[in-house]
Structure formats: structure tokens, C-alpha cells
Design a protein around this ligand. Structure first.
Ligand SMILES: CC(C)(COP(=O)(O)OP(=O)(O)OC[C@H]1O[C@@H](n2cnc3c(N)ncnc32)[C@H](O)[C@@H]1OP(=O)(O)O)[C@@H](O)C(=O)NCCC(=O)NCCS
Length: 172
């Protein structure tokens, strides 16, 4: 099994064994305020998501790599990279709100970028977030990514409002 170690964290393939801890943050309004596909209103939605994650990890044509972030043996969030046919990797992250602002997102994302470059041959990284999601775009900037677009029309699941979205990119 793939395991990536950082100073304080361990990254392991996400999957159904983390249902309880994933559902805790994935169903929380504050935790998912800026997200397009969350919150999950029912545990079934989280089960469906984790089934698709398990399937990807078992696939020979895997393109989505979702890692659980473990701190002191507890799953506190997830980081992901989704690789397309042009070796572009779309990055994503979420942390349980009790663990925000301690540098965990940056620590996990840096390790994932390194892994994606070295093991998956990713040559170009891209990421998107709500324009008010400071923690997310600061994480992108700390990785060395540059803002390349501001798009209109983002819809977060918990609101009907049309929002501005930032796009960040980085070439290797
Ligand atoms: C986005 C998220 C993963 C960031 O996680 P984090 O572990 O708190 O981020 P870090 O502690 O590594 O911080 C990264 C940088 O952002 C800054 N930052 C984080 N949250 C911030 C906030 N709310 N306001 C201002 N700056 C913030 C940190 O200060 C740090 O910059 P610095 O080192 O220059 O001080 C976390 O806020 C989260 O899970 N949000 C909910 C899910 C989400 O929105 N995911 C992204 C969807 S696109």
C-alpha cells in the first residue's frame, strides 16, 4: 500500500474504512461552505463517494488519487490529484475544521505534489476555489501556484448564489 510520510502526517489511500471521519466533515455546513459537491446530506452520499474512491484505487486505469490525511493515527482530512491524458493534475483538499490553520493542508499538499511529479509524471498542476476561500487559495500560493483566471458562475452546493472562482496553475 502506498504511504507518504511528512513531518507530522501520513497520507494513505482514502477508502470506506474512513466513512465515519469523512462523513463528519463532509456533512458539516461550515466545513463545506465553499464546495461545489458538498455537503453530503445523508450518509448514503458519503458511502457512494467512498465506493467510487475505492474503485479508483483498484482500477488499472486510475486517474483520481484520493489520500486520507492522518495525524496521530486519526483521519483529519483528504488531499487529491486527478490526472488527465495531458498529464495535468487537478488538486483538491479538505480538512476537518478542528484542524484548520496549523499548516496541515500545505504540508499534505506539498507531499502530494512531490508524489504526483515523481510517480505519476504530472507536469502541470491546476486548482480552483471560491474567490472567498482564502485558506484554499493561500495553500495554492504556498505551493508556488499562480492565479491564472477569475471565472464567473461558480455554484457551491449549499448556496444558490453565483460566485466568483479563482483558478491557479503551476508548471513543473
Ligand atoms: C482550505 C483548507 C484545506 C486549508 O487548510 P489549512 O490546514 O487550514 O491551511 P494551512 O494551515 O496549511 O494554511 C495555508 C495558508 O493559508 C492561510 N489560511 C488558512 N486559512 C485561512 C483563513 N481562514 N483566513 C486567512 N488565511 C488562512 C494560512 O495562514 C497559511 O498561510 P501562511 O502560512 O502565510 O500564514 C481548509 O481551510 C479547509 O479544509 N477548508 C474547507 C474545505 C475547502 O474549502 N476545501 C477547498 C475547496 S476548493
Amino acid at each position: 500500500m502506498i504511504e507518504i510520510e511528512t513531518r507530522r502526517l501520513v497520507l494513505r489511500p482514502l477508502g470506506m474504512q474512513y466513512l465515519e471521519t469523512v462523513h463528519e466533515y463532509a456533512s458539516d455546513i461550515e466545513n463545506t461552505k465553499y464546495m461545489v459537491f458538498l455537503p453530503n446530506d445523508t450518509i448514503e452520499e458519503t458511502i457512494e463517494f467512498l465506493q467510487s474512491v475505492d474503485k479508483e484505487w483498484a482500477s488499472e486505469a486510475q486517474c483520481s488519487y484520493e489520500f486520507a490525511i492522518l495525524f496521530e493515527d486519526k483521519q483529519i482530512g483528504a488531499v487529491s490529484v486527478c490526472v488527465d491524458e495531458n498529464s495535468t493534475g487537478e488538486l483538491g483538499w479538505i480538512l476537518h475544521k478542528n484542524y484548520w490553520r496549523q499548516g496541515f493542508a500545505c504540508e499534505a499538499a506539498k507531499a502530494l505534489v512531490e508524489y504526483a511529479r515523481n510517480e505519476l509524471g504530472v507536469k502541470h498542476f491546476i486548482a480552483h476555489c471560491d474567490a472567498e476561500n482564502i485558506g484554499s487559495y493561500k495553500t495554492m500560493e504556498k505551493l508556488g501556484m499562480i492565479r491564472t483566471a477569475v471565472n464567473e458562475g461558480r455554484k457551491n452546493k449549499s448556496s444558490h448564489e453565483e460566485r466568483l472562482e479563482y483558478q491557479y496553475e503551476m508548471k513543473c
